[in-house]
Design a protein around this ligand. Structure first.
Ligand SMILES: Cc1cc2nc3c(=O)[nH]c(=O)nc-3n(C[C@H](O)[C@H](O)[C@H](O)COP(=O)(O)O)c2cc1C
Length: 307
């Protein structure tokens, strides 16, 4: 059974990748994720300068969903250089470097630095729903804004393929994807967290998160993510690779996303629920299903939805 996926010339030993922001801060944590079966890793979002993030509490979770308003804390480019350099010295799986900014010119500045470090892909986070207080509405919520960022980043990314991270919080995610494709996107990550949502403590009647609202991830997001992947795949004619992300906990979830059109599968929140070896568990479950179905290469499932 062959689980490997070669995307834009980069070979992933299996389709699972660590989603951005969960465990993805240091070279040693990325290596540990790979030891636990991940086919690739994504860094936490990197800013052009140190970024503080939101005060605690930043996360609340149950078995259905997680709400987070971590607020994208980051130590800045010097730390990114150190950790990415350390990982790439003897990497055992591809590295996707994720960047974020509140302004187009800052996206360009951080993209230039990070692409110079030699990641396999650049993931452009234009879709975080919990930094609206400082950055305004995410660029991914408007096709013209998303296109502007894509065009600007593409000019400085050299030969590093750029994946635009899309938001589920739009009327027409396909139209946003098409605008980004026209501007030179090489692929997409679908999707970032949903919402924002709110949870209230009954006793105090106050929002539980210090930021009051946060992005929703975990199992409750999965059906929305599957539909978004399908929309993006259809709108772009299946020509650009998609990293399907949102609520994947099992091999069955991952296979569903591949059938909808994803080539790789991001896993984040499930680490908390199923443990750090969730990547290995998901791969074993995928393999088992494919063997039962007589499928020898998982890549043949991508976009095989019958509608
Ligand atoms: C605690 C937490 C932190 C996150 N931080 C980032 C981040 O830094 N950059 C980013 O692009 N997405 C971030 N995300 C979104 C995830 O990468 C992913 O798109 C989303 O959580 C859906 O996948 P999941 O249900 O497998 O977690 C974060 C999510 C969580 C739960």
């Amino acid at each position: 059974m062959d689980l490997s996926q070669t995307i834009l010339g980069v070979t992933f030993p299996n389709p699972t990748v660590l989603a951005s922001g969960i465990w993805g801060v240091t070279a040693s944590s990325w290596k540990r994720v790979v030891e636990n079966g991940a086919g690739g890793v994504t860094t936490k979002s990197l800013w052009i300068r140190e970024h503080k993030g939101h005060p605690n509490p930043t996360v609340i979770a149950n078995e259905h969903w997680t709400l987070n308003a971590v607020g994208l804390p980051d130590a800045g480019p010097d730390k990114a250089r150190e950790e990415i350099g350390e990982y790439l010295k003897d990497k055992s799986a591809p590295l996707i470097a994720n960047i974020v900014a509140g302004k187009v010119e800052d996206f360009v500045a951080i993209a230039e630095i990070v692409c110079g470090l030699g990641p396999d892909f650049l993931e452009v986070n234009i879709s975080c729903p919990n930094v609206e207080d400082e950055c305004g509405k995410p660029f991914a919520c408007s096709a013209p804004d998303a296109k502007k960022v894509t065009e600007a980043v593409k000019k400085v990314s050299g030969d590093v393929p750029i994946f635009i991270k899309l938001s589920p919080n739009v009327d027409d995610i396909g139209a946003v994807a098409v605008a980004c494709a026209e501007a030179g996107a090489d692929g997409f990550t679908a999707v970032n967290t949903f919402g924002p949502g709110m949870a209230i403590d009954l006793k105090s009647r106050q929002p539980i998160l210090a930021n009051k609202v946060g992005g929703l991830s975990g199992p409750g997001l999965k059906p929305i993510a599957v539909r978004c992947i399908h929309d993006v795949y259809k709108a772009t004619g299946g020509k650009l690779p998609i990293i399907g992300t949102g609520g994947v906990h099992t091999g069955q979830d991952a296979l569903e996303m591949m059938i909808a059109g994803a080539s790789l599968i991001g896993i984040g929140t499930a680490i908390g629920e199923r443990g750090q070896d969730v990547f290995k568990k998901v791969c074993d479950e995928m393999e088992e299903w494919c063997e039962e179905e007589g499928i020898s290469e998982v890549s043949e499932l991508v976009g095989s939805i019958r509608t």
